[in-house]
Design a binder for this molecule. Structure first.
Ligand code: ITT
Ligand code: NA
Length: 195
């Protein structure tokens, strides 16, 4: 079965492929010819997830799902939240985001954080949201080379003290925010297909 995943982030596609295997084939925004920027102007992950999926539905007429993810750090009032992708500024890369996060936290003892993913699925005129959360803490310096984004500075509570960037992709996906949201999406699709 073919599903349109309204994303420009190749790491997200890679993780979902890893998780759902060959049951589905995924088409990205690029694959459906959507090259324009979809401005993420909403103030919540839910809102931005909806916006991406609705853009595809209304401009390309295709059923699809999207996801918006964010890192919420308790001691920073749940920042960066919806600004996670551009925390250090519009043209900044992941390393600069991580540097900014570590400097904002300084040597604070309270380093509790959570990753949250909201998926928005549109099928026909029905919209359904799925959420996945992963609790953890922010490391004192970046460790590991796997994954993407904030993975080198995020240590999940359910793990053994390693950062996401030190884990194999399978390990990460089993406990991650995205993995959990995708598992809910998968259950829903299964129940609807009667399989
Ligand atoms: P879309 O095309 O799907 O919007 P994006 O990269 O812009 O891709 P978001 O708007 O959801 O994605 O921004 C979320 C940011 O949060 C992303 O760019 C990463 O910096 C970070 N992030 C999301 N999931 C992550 C993960 O599993 N590990 C580390 N960082 C993650
Ligand atoms: Na984005």
């Amino acid at each position: 079965e073919q599903l349109v995943f309204a994303t420009n982030n190749p790491h997200k596609i890679e993780e979902i492929r890893r998780q759902l295997g060959d049951r589905y084939t995924f088409r990205s925004l690029q694959d459906i010819g959507c090259t324009e920027d979809i401005p993420e102007t909403e103030t919540t992950l839910e809102g931005n997830a909806r916006l991406k999926a609705r853009h595809v539905k209304s401009n390309y007429g295709q059923d699809c799902f999207s996801e918006d993810s964010g890192l919420e750090v308790a001691a920073l009032g749940n920042a960066p939240g919806v600004d996670t992708a551009h925390y250090a500024g519009p043209q900044r890369d992941a390393e600069e985001n991580n540097t900014k996060l570590l400097s904002e936290l300084g040597d604070r003892k309270d380093r509790l954080a959570r990753f949250r993913t909201v998926i928005c699925l549109i099928q026909g005129d029905t919209e359904t949201l799925f959420e996945g959360v992963c609790e953890g803490r922010i490391a004192t310096s970046p460790v590991g080379h796997g994954g993407f984004g904030y993975d080198p500075v995020f240590v999940p509570t359910e793990g053994d003290g390693r950062t996401f960037a030190q884990m194999k992709q399978d390990e990460k996906v089993r406990i991650s925010h995205r993995g959990r949201a995708i598992a809910k999406l998968q259950e829903y699709l299964k129940s609807r297909s009667g399989a």
